[in-house]
Design a binder for this molecule. Sequence first.
Ligand code: SF4
Length: 254
Amino acid sequence: MNYPVDQRLCQEILLAESPQEILFSLFKRFKERAAIVTSGQLSGMVMVHLAAENQLPFRVCTLDTLRLFPETYDFFEKVESRYGIQIEQIQPDPQEVQEMISQHGEYLFFDSKAKQEYCCNIRKVRPMQRLLETLDVWITGLRRDQSDARKELRKAEIISSATHPVLKVSPLIHWTTDEVWQFVRDNEIPVNPLLETDVQGHYYESLGCVICTTPIKPGEPNRAGRWRWQNATHAPENDNTEENTKECGLHYSI
Ligand code: SF4
């Protein structure tokens, strides 16, 4: 019998004191109906590590947009080897991608914010929606200090897939960047080499697709490197205001 995803469960997770407690509680009830979904960045890797360390064989999934950095694909292989897991690479529908490219070109994301969101929708959001049909619990590595837009995120909330409620859980929501790095170092958790690469004083703070992700310089907002051309004040079609949250829609349109 499926365990119910309801406000009672949500409250229980909100009151849990540690990420480990949350993982135990969710795996005990949901098993393969719960998954850690990660792009392989730091806090997602902390979740993968905690699951492995506590012998909780969660499904681990990633959204493979088919445009990730070569270093990221190599990194996933390293993570699989380190933890003895197989990461499910959730890819976009080939026909949807082909139709999008035929109509708008492969680099449509340069044209406007609307087309960037369209591309993210085809390559990330729709695959995530399909993944959610197999889940009751979606575990993320989201944290409030990652951007202004994420300051209001909740540790647990009930969202809807096309057919049923899903509990979305972000156990590390209150961890700071420094705390995450400290935990990663202390536990020798694998790190995508791009996150440790100094590119002439610039560094990657957030990782996504090739071209759409660039390093940032010290002092820039964490997500300033995403769709960097949208930062340009002379781009009339782009939104350079605070409302431009630099999000792909994954965490706001589902
Ligand atoms: S980040 Fe860029 S390439 Fe990747 S899905 Fe979004 S717009 Fe498309």
